[in-house]
Design a protein around this ligand. Structure first.
Ligand SMILES: Cc1cc2nc3c(=O)[nH]c(=O)nc-3n(C[C@H](O)[C@H](O)[C@H](O)COP(=O)(O)O)c2cc1C
Length: 168
């Protein structure tokens, strides 16, 4: 089994984080991996908002105020992925970028988890503009990132009968 397959099979959603910051070089690699995702007609329709330090804390406080809980499980960093609404396939582009972020983070020893709530929190475009997200972008999803506080959980069993092999 090669390293890529091992990373894919070992990635798990992590829901408890140490407060330790992510080294900037590691974060840069994760961002680069996200930006390397394929996109429809190479439109690269995404915009990432990378939150760390005081910026991450401000956003966490905003989430707690709106949702009554920290949906990022105390992670020291988050990446919010937006995509251009009138692109050919904004959700697909953004989702593939998130997939690359999750896998690259796992391969670099980070814990991570896809967090959906940005879709509700940014319905009205609040915050997005102040973070430099251009007009006409919508949220796709977000990622909690940090060092896992505890062992990586076991993989959940994969559902049966989700593959049809057609050979004749
Ligand atoms: C579109 C999408 C949205 C998700 N949203 C959340 C979320 O808001 N909070 C959370 O804890 N996990 C979220 N997850 C993670 C899933 O719960 C997780 O991938 C699933 O339970 C399988 O576990 P695994 O990632 O460890 O294989 C989301 C995953 C996807 C693909």
């Amino acid at each position: 089994m090669n390293e890529v397959i091992r990373t894919i099979l070992n990635r798990r959603s992590i829901r408890s984080y140490l407060p330790d910051p992510i080294p900037q070089e590691t974060m840069n690699t994760v961002i680069q991996a996200g930006l390397a995702a394929p996109s429809a007609m190479n439109q690269q329709s995404w915009h990432f908002v990378v939150l760390q330090g005081a910026g991450a804390q401000r956003y966490r406080n905003y989430c707690i105020e709106k949702l009554g809980r920290d949906p990022y499980y105390g992670a020291p960093a988050m990446i919010l992925v937006f995509a251009k609404k009138d692109a050919i396939a904004p959700i697909c582009d953004g989702s593939l970028a998130i997939g690359n972020i999750l896998l690259s983070a796992t391969s670099l020893g980070l814990g991570c988890c896809w967090i959906h709530c940005v879709n509700d929190l940014f319905k009205d475009g609040i915050h997005a503009e102040e973070w430099g997200v251009p007009e006409g972008y919508r949220p796709v999803g977000s990622v909690a990132l940090g060092f896992s506080d505890g062992p990586v959980p076991e993989a959940k069993p994969r559902a049966d009968r989700t593959v049809t092999m057609v050979e004749a």
